[in-house]
Ligand binder design. Structure first.
Ligand code: SAH
Length: 406
């Protein structure tokens, strides 16, 4: 809770940000925020085709777009003046017409295990979070797609904050850009970011067009150059959009299941009423049929006494028989202030995993990371100016919790 309180404070007192985090902001970030206030076009909003079209519109050859794209994503350059192989006249023209504006870093924090979290300012009162998780053989960036979320999954702190708006393509790919710059990422050489997962705040399929463009930039050789296996979209199960995604791009799919019977899943995830498990599974089967070399990861957050009993494991095993090439990722529930749920005991988690493994279901257990900076799944809260009033209810529950603790 202290963390959230700190964030609110920082949003109101931006001038103190640098002092609080003990590090000065990158010069480019402060420049971006100045430029972003003008009404020029932000080049981070375009995928490769969009950028080529834009260059054509301003009377330039489309290949120039690719030259600039390489500067933006390989060299992480946001100043046209430093693009040395772009002629002086074009540099001046670009400076007039457009800018390269990533979100502004309000705060960055590093946990003792190396997990890194950035709080990025969007517009007044709104901020989102991006998390980097370093592991021995890979570095995963967890990216947000919306400010808040409309789906209201009962166990998710983003859901509890309500929904404000979709992020633009620039705000989505800008998260990767900011992290890459900070980490000294070099595309195709020294990759600090080897994987991107759309598992931050928001439901990525509900912001389809912007997320698609951003993922194209993640995959593009002139963008961050990541292979399809290394870009993952996680969805709560917007069935028609799963089919649309499979036509639009090659990326990996993760599906948030959390319960293998409709009654419980609807309770936990209201979206299940609209797209029940059978429809969701059918969409997953179509995905696998269209992309034979890929598998789907089913996320299953274990909540004490709610979905962690042997009968729940049996239901999940039965369901996974319909998708034999797919796997299950068990996530110990990450508590947040005001939540009614608790993390399953270590023994229950172990037994649940063993039951699945014994039945031949490929099952992984996600380690919790970044605990000391609240960087775990479902804790990416940022600061949302809620249009649904859900955050007021959450605050009320938090206050009640605080009173009980007295
Ligand atoms: N909207 C997308 C991305 C959400 S975040 C989706 O639903 O898939 C990524 C994962 O974290 C999802 O599986 C989500 O259900 C899970 N999650 C949310 N809150 C959690 C919490 N408090 N503890 C553990 N996992 C959580």
């Amino acid at each position: 809770m202290w963390f959230r309180v700190n964030f609110v404070f920082i949003l109101e007192r931006e001038d103190q940000t640098a002092a609080i985090r003990g590090r000065t902001l990158h010069k480019s970030h402060s420049l971006n925020s100045v430029v972003a206030s003008s009404n020029k076009v932000n080049l981070l909003d375009f995928d490769r085709q969009g950028l080529r079209d834009f260059f054509t519109q301003i009377g330039e050859k489309p290949y120039r777009a690719e030259q600039v794209m390489k500067w933006i994503y390989h060299d992480l350059e946001d100043n046209f003046e430093n693009m040395t192989d772009v002629g002086k006249a074009l540099r001046a023209k670009l400076t007039e017409a457009c800018y390269i504006g990533a979100p502004k870093t309000l705060l960055d924090k590093v946990a003792t295990d190396g997990t890194h979290k950035w709080l990025l300012g969007m517009d007044s009162g709104n901020a989102i979070e991006t998390v980097y998780i370093p592991e021995p053989t890979r570095g995963t960036l967890c990216v947000s797609s919306q400010i808040g979320c409309a789906l209201n999954c009962q166990f998710c702190s983003t859901g509890a904050q309500g929904f404000n708006r979709n992020l633009s393509t620039a705000e989505i790919i800008g998260q990767v850009w900011v992290a890459a710059k900070y980490l000294g990422n070099v595309t195709h050489q020294n990759r600090r970011i080897t994987n991107v997962v759309m598992m931050g705040m928001g439901e990525p399929l509900a912001n389809f067009d912007n997320v698609l463009k951003a993922m194209k930039l993640m995959r593009d050789d002139l963008g961050f150059g990541l292979a399809s296996k290394r870009v993952t979209l996680s969805t709560a199960g917007l069935v028609p959009l799963i089919d649309q995604l499979s036509d639009a791009i090659d990326v990996s799919l993760a599906v948030s299941l959390h319960a293998a019977n409709d009654e419980l899943r609807t309770e936990l995830m209201p979206i299940n009423k609209r797209y029940p498990i059978a429809e969701l599974l059918a969409a997953c089967q179509r995905w696998v049929a269209r992309k034979p070399r890929t598998s789907i990861t089913f996320e299953y957050t274990l909540m004490k006494g709610v979905n962690d009993q042997p009968e729940h494991a049996r239901q999940l095993i039965k369901l996974m028989r319909k998708l034999p090439t797919c796997k299950v990722n068990l996530i110990p529930f990450n508590p947040f202030p005001g939540t009614q749920f608790a993390r399953s005991d270590a023994a229950a988690i172990h037994d649940f995993q063993s039951q699945l493994l014994n039945a031949g279901v490929l099952t992984m257990l996600r380690r919790t990371r970044g605990d000391d900076i609240d960087a775990a799944c479902g804790q990416l809260a940022g600061q949302v100016a809620d249009r649904t009033r859900r955050s007021a209810e959450l605050r009320k529950r938090q206050n009640q919790g605080a009173l009980h603790a007295l």
